[in-house]
Design a protein around this ligand. Structure first.
Ligand code: NIG
Ligand code: FE
Length: 414
């Protein structure tokens, strides 16, 4: 199957010499080709360039799409979500409006524990169907790869149930999906005051089964004030590494928790949230291969301080951004909105913001060798916009869907 997209107003984020991520000043680099073509064969990108250089006969037998006035981007990579969940939590959101903090809601048995209670009750099929609908929705907004975490189970049985659902989604959705085991997302009420016993269960009971059934690529811990300590986190990460699960952790959302340093120490692929990132954390990250990942949706929705993205990039770090799609702190998986927030709230230029939600977020889920840019041999996950005047218009014109068509694995999906 060959697809030729021709007369593209701008083909955005093209690479002749692909890199795995862009940091610091390089985040401003965004190459594009005006009046371009893109050629897709089977699952892969096999050619691109200016229309003047379009090889003869290439359109024979191909599905030809005209993109006059439209742009083509690599699909967004959403490297941090919790989109397998049993139910929405808008009542808590009203409590939030009335002034309760995230921690106060958690203390009342709301928050993650609320989702865990509902998780025990929902059938595996319903969980799967609901999540599949969310996947279809994010596809329509331009996402081509997504990481999904467990962590709303908090018992061995329910954590495995979530991960089995993620496995089924992987098998049946055209999205590229990576699974993360997040048994240490919250401390179940019955383990209050003896949380090391819960950590023992995560390590000795859950983890071996997750690994035996090959249910996850990554391991996560919510390392923050009121949740898991650095000591708990290190124990879990060490155990995960023995099973080949690379860490990707929740860190420094609520305080200078030491989570960033713990992640770096255990070779985390990413550390995520990062509202409380100071000079020590930046120095630790500068010496690592860990992708600092900011989740604008959660900070926006919870009315928190914003991670110092500008300072991080100016210090030479890469930054990725992801949706954190979940029912408690970020009920949206719309990466176009994240792109806009990157510019509006975090003062990233459009070029930096696009790198943050494509290539760098692909790195943060371990797929930047196959996704995140337009390059020969990469997987053909791209979207065609509606008619837009400039690249800058993408973050600027926020709140509407500017994605018109979606191609995933070389197939037209939308
Ligand atoms: O990434 N910070 C921890 N976990 C989620 C929140 C999940 C929830 O409230 O349900 C997050 O924001
Ligand atoms: Fe999260």
């Amino acid at each position: 199957m060959t697809i030729l997209i021709r007369n593209i107003k701008k083909l955005v984020q093209v690479e002749n010499n692909p890199v795995l991520m862009r940091s610091g000043k390089m985040m401003s680099e965004l190459n594009s080709i005006d009046n371009a073509f893109l050629l897709i064969n089977n699952e892969k990108i096999t050619g691109f360039g200016n229309m003047a250089d379009l090889p003869a006969n290439v359109s024979e037998g191909a599905e030809v799409i005209d993109a006059i006035g439209k742009m083509v981007f690599p699909s967004f990579c959403d490297s941090h979500t919790h989109l397998v969940y049993p139910a929405s939590r808008e009542i808590e959101y009203v409590d939030k409006i009335k002034g309760l903090s995230y921690e106060e809601i958690a203390e009342r048995g709301g928050g993650i524990l609320n989702s865990a209670k509902l998780m025990a009750e929902i059938s595996e099929d319903e969980l799967y169907e609901d999540a599949m609908k969310r996947l279809d929705e994010i596809i329509s907004y331009g996402t081509g790869a997504v990481e999904i975490k467990s962590g709303y189970g908090l018992t061995t049985e329910t954590e495995l149930k979530m991960l089995r659902v993620i496995k089924r989604l992987k098998e049946n959705s055209p999205l590229t999906i990576k699974a993360t085991f997040l048994g240490a997302h919250s401390i179940p009420a019955e383990y209050r005051g003896k949380q090391s016993e819960y950590v023992d269960i995560v390590i000795n009971e859950m983890l071996p089964q997750v690994a035996a059934d090959d249910l996850a690529e990554f391991i996560d811990v919510f390392c923050d004030r009121g949740f898991f300590t650095v000591e708990d986190t290190e124990r879990i990460l060490m155990a995960g590494l023995k099973y080949g699960l690379r860490p990707k952790i929740h860190a420094n959302e609520l305080d200078y928790s030491g989570g960033i340093q713990a992640g770096v120490k255990y070779g985390a692929l990413s550390v995520d949230h990062l509202e409380y990132t100071g000079d020590d954390e930046i120095h630790a990250l500068l010496k690592s291969d860990t992708m600092p990942t900011i989740l604008p949706g959660a900070a926006f929705f919870l009315g928190m301080i914003y991670a110092p993205a500008r300072k991080m990039i100016d210090a030479g770090l890469p930054v990725a951004m992801a949706s954190d799609f979940n029912p408690g702190s970020s009920p949206s998986g719309n990466m176009q909105l994240i792109l806009s927030m990157a510019s509006i709230l975090y003062r990233l230029t459009p070029e930096e913001a696009i790198n943050a939600v494509t290539l760098n977020s692909a790195y943060a889920m371990g797929v930047s060798d196959q996704l995140g840019t337009i390059a020969i041999g990469k997987k053909a996950n791209v979207f065609i916009t509606n008619e837009i005047p400039t690249i800058e218009y993408m973050p600027y014109y926020y709140g509407t869907n500017k994605v018109e068509r979606v191609i995933l694995n070389g197939n037209v999906i939308v």
